[in-house]
Design a protein around this ligand. Structure first.
Ligand SMILES: *Cc1c(COP(=O)(O)O)cnc(C)c1O
Length: 467
C-alpha cells in the first residue's frame, strides 16, 4: 500500500526553522508568518487530498522559499514605480500616461488642503476648480461646455443614459468595439439603458443604413473611433459630417467617441488618422467623448465636451455624481490642460509628448553610451545598441510604428526570461521586452534621469546572484 502523502507535508515548526522564514520572522512578525504558514499548509493538504497519490510535493526548502516570496509580495506596496523600458508609450498595464511635473505639483498642493470640488453645473454654482477645468476645455476645443468624469467608459455610459435611456442608439456594426479588459460597447450600451440599434456590416456602413434605421424610437447617433484595430481593403464608413447632416433635421444628438483624445495634431509625430477633439466640435458633433490619460497625457478621467444643453442634461443625471472625479484629478487635469495653451510648452513638459518629440539621434546617442556600461556588468555577456521600432499603445494607431533605439542585453548565465523577471522584480522595477533570446530596453519611454538607475540595476544583478 502506498504511504499516505499527507505525511510528507512538513509541520509548521519544521518550516519555521528554515532560514527563509526565520529571516522573515525578524522582519515582519512571528504571528504573520505562522498564520500564513498554517493557511498555506492547509491549502496544500487540501490539494494533496484532491489530487490523490501522484502529486509531486515541494521540498521543505522550496516550500519555505515559496511562502517567504508570497509574504514579501503582500508586504510590498502594490503600486510600485516602474521604469517603462517596453517602448510602448501608453502602456495600459503600466498606468498609461506619466504626468507632467506641473500636474504633479498642482496635485500635491491641493492634496494638502481642503478644496471645493462641488459640482452643480445646472444650478450655476460651480466651484472654481471645476470651472477652471471646464473653461480650459472650452478654450482648447471650441466646445460650448464640458464635464469631467472617472474615465471614458464612464463618460460613454453617462452620455447614453442621460440622452438616450429607453431609446435606440444607432451604431455601425464596424464600430462595436472592445477596448481591453471589460469594456465592450454593446455591454456599456445595455448597462446605460439605451437600446443598441446596429446598422451596416463589419466592413461597410453607408449613410443610407443610418437613414433607414432612424425612427420615433431613435435617441442618438453614435460614431465610435475604432482606436485599436483597422479594417483595411473593401471597407467604407460614414464621416462625422454626414452623420451631423442626418441628425440635425431629426433633432438627434450626434455623439462622437474619439477614444484617445488628441488635443494637438499627432501627424507631427508621424501618426495619421488620430481624431482631434477640436475638429469633431468644429464638424458639428453635439457631444465628443475621450480619455484624459491617453494622447492627452493627463490623469485618468473621461471628458465630455459639446453643446451646452446636452452637457447640462448630463450633469443633472444621478450617474454624474457616481462617476465624479476627485480634487487630485481636477488639479492634475487643469495643470495639464494649461500646458496646451502653448503647444511647444506642452511638448516639453508632458512626458508622452516629450517622448514622442525626442529626436532619434538623441535616443541613439544614449543607447550607444549605455550599451558598453551594461556590457561591463557581470551578469551580461553582451550589450548592443540597436535600432528598432515601437508602438504608441493604449489602443491608439495599432498599425503605425515609431522609430526607436534600444540596448539589447544577452545574459551570461541565466536565461533571458530569468533576466527579464529579475529586473521586473527589482526596485525600481524595470520592464523591457524579450525577443530573439535578448532583453530589449527601449530608450523611447525611459526618462534620461533613469539611465543611471538602469545601469545600477543591471550591475546589481550579479550581487543578487551571489546571495
Ligand atoms: C480607450 C477607449 C475607451 C475607454 O476609455 P477609458 O478611459 O479607458 O475608460 C472608450 N472608447 C474608445 C474609442 C477608446 O479608445
Amino acid at each position: 500500500m502506498a504511504t499516505n502523502p499527507l505525511r510528507n507535508i512538513p509541520s509548521v515548526n519544521e518550516l519555521l526553522e528554515n532560514p527563509h522564514l526565520q529571516a522573515l520572522i525578524e522582519k515582519v512578525s512571528r504571528h504573520a508568518v505562522v498564520t500564513r504558514v498554517r493557511t498555506i499548509l492547509d491549502d496544500l493538504r487540501q490539494e494533496v487530498q484532491n489530487a490523490a497519490a501522484d502529486i509531486k510535493l515541494p521540498s521543505v526548502a522550496e516550500l519555505a522559499e515559496n511562502i517567504a516570496h508570497r509574504i514579501l509580495q503582500t508586504e510590498r506596496p502594490s503600486l510600485r514605480p516602474v521604469i517603462n523600458a517596453t517602448g510602448v508609450l501608453l502602456h495600459t498595464g503600466l498606468g498609461r500616461a506619466p504626468l507632467a511635473e506641473e500636474a504633479i505639483a498642482e496635485m500635491a498642493a491641493v492634496a494638502r488642503d481642503y478644496a471645493s470640488v462641488e459640482l452643480d453645473l445646472a444650478g450655476g454654482r460651480r466651484s472654481q476648480r471645476v470651472e477652471a477645468v471646464q473653461d480650459l476645455l472650452q478654450e482648447l476645443t471650441g466646445a460650448e461646455a464640458a464635464l469631467v468624469v472617472n474615465n471614458n467608459a464612464g463618460a460613454t455610459m453617462l452620455a447614453l443614459a442621460a440622452l438616450a435611456a429607453g431609446r435606440e442608439v444607432i451604431v455601425s456594426r464596424g464600430q462595436l468595439i472592445e477596448i481591453g479588459g471589460s469594456y465592450r460597447l454593446p455591454d456599456v450600451m445595455s448597462a446605460s439603458g439605451a437600446i443598441l440599434r446596429e446598422v451596416g456590416t463589419t466592413n461597410k456602413t453607408r449613410i443610407a443604413d443610418y437613414e433607414q434605421a432612424v425612427c420615433d424610437q431613435t435617441g442618438a447617433l453614435l460614431l465610435v473611433h475604432p482606436s485599436n484595430f483597422v479594417v483595411a481593403g473593401f471597407a467604407e464608413s460614414v464621416s462625422l459630417a454626414e452623420l451631423v447632416r442626418l441628425g440635425r433635421p431629426h433633432n438627434l444628438p450626434v455623439i462622437h467617441d474619439i477614444g484617445s483624445g488628441a488635443l494637438i495634431d499627432f501627424a507631427q509625430f508621424g501618426f495619421s488618422d488620430e481624431p482631434l477633439a477640436a475638429a469633431s466640435i468644429k464638424q458639428g458633433a453635439d457631444l465628443v467623448l475621450f480619455s484624459g490619460d491617453k494622447l492627452l497625457g493627463g490623469p485618468q478621467c473621461g471628458i465630455l465636451i459639446g453643446k451646452r444643453s446636452h452637457v447640462e442634461t448630463i450633469a443633472r443625471h444621478p450617474l454624474t455624481r457616481a462617476l465624479r472625479v476627485d480634487k487630485l484629478t481636477l488639479a492634475a487635469l487643469a495643470a495639464t490642460l494649461r500646458l496646451y495653451r502653448d503647444p511647444e510648452q506642452a511638448k516639453r513638459s508632458i512626458p508622452l509628448l516629450h517622448f514622442l518629440s525626442t529626436p532619434i539621434e538623441n535616443l541613439k546617442g544614449r543607447a550607444e553610451r549605455l550599451a558598453p556600461q551594461m556590457a561591463a556588468c557581470q551578469a551580461i555577456a553582451k550589450a548592443e545598441a540597436v535600432a528598432d521600432t515601437t508602438y504608441l499603445g493604449g489602443g491608439s494607431v495599432p498599425t503605425q510604428q515609431l522609430a526607436t533605439w534600444c540596448v539589447a542585453l544577452s545574459p551570461r548565465e541565466m536565461s533571458v526570461d530569468k533576466l527579464a523577471a529579475r529586473l521586473r522584480a527589482g526596485k525600481p522595477a524595470i520592464v523591457g521586452r524579450v525577443r530573439d533570446e535578448r532583453l530589449y530596453l527601449d530608450l523611447r519611454t525611459i526618462f534620461p534621469r533613469q539611465d543611471l538607475e538602469l545601469v545600477s540595476a543591471v550591475q546589481a544583478l550579479a550581487d543578487a546572484e551571489a546571495l
